[in-house]
Write a protein that binds this ligand. Sequence first.
Ligand SMILES: C[S@@+](CC[C@H](N)C(=O)[O-])C[C@H]1O[C@@H](n2cnc3c(N)ncnc32)[C@H](O)[C@@H]1O
Length: 290
Amino acid sequence: MLEESISSLITNQNGIYVDGTFGRGGHSRKILERISLKGSLFSYDLDPEAKLEAANINHSNFHFIHDNYRNIHLNFSDNSIDGVLLDCGVSSPQLDNPARGFSFKDNGPLDMRFNPKVGVSCAEIVNTFDEKDISKILWDYGEEKESRRIAKAIVDRRTVKGFTDTKDLSELICSVKKRKTKKHPATKSFQALRIAVNDEIESLQDCLVNLKTKLKKGGRIVIISFHSLEDRIAKISFKEEVSFIEKKIPLIDDEPMKEFKVSKIIYPDEQELSNNIRSRSAKMRVIEKL
Ligand SMILES: C[S@@+](CC[C@H](N)C(=O)[O-])C[C@H]1O[C@@H](n2cnc3c(N)ncnc32)[C@H](O)[C@@H]1O
C-alpha cells in the first residue's frame, strides 16, 4: 500500500508531514520524493536500528525523532500538520532478525521490544505476570481461544525454569495447544505478547486523540493496521462518543465527529498480495480533518 498511502497522505507539496513509523524508511523516502524543498518530514521510530537507517537520509527537510509516536503532539503547534502516516506494528526486518526476539521460527532472546533499552521485555511478562494477566493478554490482543490453557502452562513451567528464549516459549505453546490451525500454533500468542510488550494499542489511541488539534483543516491521517483492534481504534477515535472500558473496546455505532471524515477500509490489491504475503492482513483508513 506504499503508493496508495502516499497519494492519500500528501495534499500540499509544501506541507508538514509526519511518518510515525519510519521502520527502514520505505514510506519516508517516498514522502521526501513528493514534497518540495519548502515541505518537511518528521519521522519517528522507537527502534535504534531505524535511527541508524535514518542517518543515511541526507535531506535538509528530513528530521528523525527517536521516540514513541504517542508523543508526536508535543513537537507541533495546533493546526500545523498536513499529514501523518502510521504503518502500525512490527517491520519485516525486525521479525526476520532472531536477536530481536519477535519470531517463533528462529531462536533468539525473548525480548520483542521495539526499543530494547526501554520497558518490559516479553521474558519479564511470561516470567512474572499473574496467570490471569497473561491469559488476558493472549485473549485481548491475540484472540487466542486457548489463552487460559496456555497461560496456565506458562506459569506451571516457570516454577521449574524461567523462559529466556523464543524457541522455549514457542515449543511450550505448541505442546499445549489442542486445536489444529493452518498458521503456526504460536502465531497468536506471539502477536499478543508483542502488542503488550510495546503497549501498541494504547500508543495508537493516545496518538490519535492528541493529533486531532494538531492537524490542519484538510490535513490527513493515514493508518495502515494489521490487527482488528488497531482498525477499531482508528475508527472509533473519530466518533462523537468514545467509551473505553479497560482494554475492551466496544464497537459503537455513533456518528463520526463533524470535523472529521473517516474512509472505509482500503485493502491491498492483487499485485501487492502476490509480492508480499505479509500484506494479506493489512487494512488502510484515511481520516481527514474537514
Ligand atoms: C510496519 S513497520 C513500518 C515500516 C515503514 N513504513 C517502512 O516503510 O519501512 C512499523 C515500525 O513502527 C515502529 N513502531 C511501532 N510502534 C511505534 C510507536 N508507538 N512509536 C514509534 N515507533 C513505533 C516499529 O519499531 C517499526 O519499525
